[in-house]
Design a binder for this molecule. Structure first.
Ligand SMILES: Cc1cc2nc3c(=O)[nH]c(=O)nc-3n(C[C@H](O)[C@H](O)[C@H](O)COP(=O)(O)OP(=O)(O)OC[C@H]3O[C@@H](n4cnc5c(N)ncnc54)[C@H](O)[C@@H]3O)c2cc1C
Length: 413
């Protein structure tokens, strides 16, 4: 059996198949395996999530995800990591991490277990071309030709090219007769051409963001908002980016409405500001607002609010109403996403209507299997993307090992 790609899916499948006695060769283009795992979860690796449900995954073919996850929820991943000696601990919102809280321990241990299982790992080996002659796949690589009757393509997506993201797998899939669903960056920052955000670069607040496309509400999220010199980032924005990318690709006008104080209703915020008012004070309004808002945001809030008062004593209920509206409905037009270079994952990929969700086998090419992010399945932030990589790999490895008659590999390198 040959596996293209030594990321999450490739390593997991290699360990399972190797342990079952299969002759497994894993080809990885990078100088080491698991580069995305290493940087994941801010170096902690959010391995999976305790609350795995199909609606946390996105695909043009939701039935595929539903069938794949059957019996392959959180417990299956937990059990796999138990077998390699990586107990999991729970963080916020069901996020599961290695007990070490170190992504490097995940890579080190998966690599060790793959080697113990007899997997031949060849790094700096880029698969360049695949052909099938009769029952045998012939894989041309930067280190020679490899052949096998079983091939698992686990080469990931085009996201994060510095970590190994590549479109090679898509080319292999289409060459083998498979179709692709359009790839779009997801879990990615959003760009804006509005100048005021640049002036606010570095400001981070807990807010609420609503995404509009052509004036219609598309999605909303609460969480960190981080203003940057290219636009906006933060966890709430990453969570909205999938839908933003989709609508931007349709050339829809995309805009965010930001509530900078979501914990205060309009009435509560109005009362807070009224209570903070000193009728005779000559304090400039910009300084007065510093009592409640980050300094860098204030010039723009004042500008868009239309508030006529320039010192505290000229504020009245009507002018405060304008400020409250601006604070709770700050508009930001979105021009683009930051692209695959900065995306954590790619939405889209190999069309899953052409893949068996139980075995991960190609419905067109006998002996060909897919696992991981190369497929048209992406998950929410919170461990769902790794979850899909592990469980699709488990399914593929189980299917390949149950049909082990002709899985020898050879090389003419
Ligand atoms: C910064 C960052 C943080 C992330 N954090 C998390 C997180 O905390 N939790 C989570 O669930 N998800 C996270 N993700 C997403 C997660 O990393 C991916 O969904 C997951 O790695 C996909 O696994 P995969 O095995 O399909 O692909 P990958 O892990 O990308 O592995 C594919 C491998 O194939 C190799 N390859 C590609 N083409 C070839 C070729 N032609 N020949 C040989 N080798 C090839 C690549 O070099 C790569 O090593 C994060 C992603 C990024 C970029």
């Amino acid at each position: 059996m040959i596996i293209i790609g030594g990321g999450a899916a490739g390593l997991c499948a290699a360990i399972i198949a190797g342990r079952k006695g299969l002759n497994v060769t894993l080809l990885e283009q990078n100088n080491k395996v698991g580069k995305k795992i290493l940087v994941s979860g801010n170096g902690k690796c959010n391995i999976t999530n305790r609350h795995i449900t199909p609606h946390r995954f996105h695909s043009q073919n939701p039935d595929f995800v539903e069938a794949l996850l059957d019996n392959y929820g959180f417990k299956a991943v937990k059990a796999f990591f138990h077998t390699v000696g990586l107990p999991l601990v729970e963080g916020k919102e069901g996020k599961m991490f290695p007990m070490s809280m170190q992504a490097s321990s995940v890579v080190d241990i998966l690599l060790y277990e793959a080697q113990q299982a007899g997997v031949k790992i060849i790094c700096n080996c880029r698969a360049e071309r695949i052909e099938k002659n009769g029952e045998v796949f012939r894989i041309e690589t930067s280190q020679g030709v490899f052949s096998s009757t079983k091939l698992l393509i686990a080469s990931g997506s085009v996201a994060a090219p510095k970590l190994g993201g590549s479109d090679a797998g898509y080319a292999f899939a289409t060459r083998m007769g498979h179709s692709l669903v359009a790839r779009r960056p997801s879990l990615v920052q959003l760009c804006s051409e509005e100048q005021w955000v640049k002036a606010c670069a570095g400001v981070k607040i807990k807010g609420h963001a609503t995404l509009f496309a052509n004036g219609e509400t598309v999605a909303q999220k609460e969480g960190d908002l981080l203003f940057t010199n290219y636009g906006i980032s933060g966890l709430a924005i990453l969570d909205l980016s999938r839908q933003a990318a989709h609508h931007l690709a349709q050339f829809d006008y995309c805009e965010l409405s930001l509530d900078l104080m979501p914990n205060f209703s309009k009435e509560r915020l109005t009362n807070l500001l009224l209570q903070n008012l000193h009728a005779e004070s000559n304090k400039p309004l910009s300084l007065w607002l510093q009592g409640i808002l980050p300094k860098k945001l204030i010039p723009h809030i004042l500008n868009v609010s239309g508030c006529k008062a320039n010192t505290e004593k000229f504020l009245n209920r009507k002018e405060i109403g304008k400020l409250v509206y601006a604070i709770k409905h700050l508009r930001l037009s979105i021009s683009d996403t930051r692209g695959f270079a900065y995306a954590e994952v790619a939405a889209g990929g190999v069309d899953t209507t052409e893949i068996d969700p139980v075995t991960m086998a190609s419905k067109y090419v006998p002996g060909l299997y897919f696992a991981g992010e190369i497929l048209d399945v992406d998950g929410d932030r919170g461990g769902f993307n790794f979850h899909f990589a592990w469980v699709s790999a488990m399914r593929a490895a189980a299917a390949i090992t149950s049909d082990r008659a002709s899985s020898d590999t050879s090389t003419s390198a």
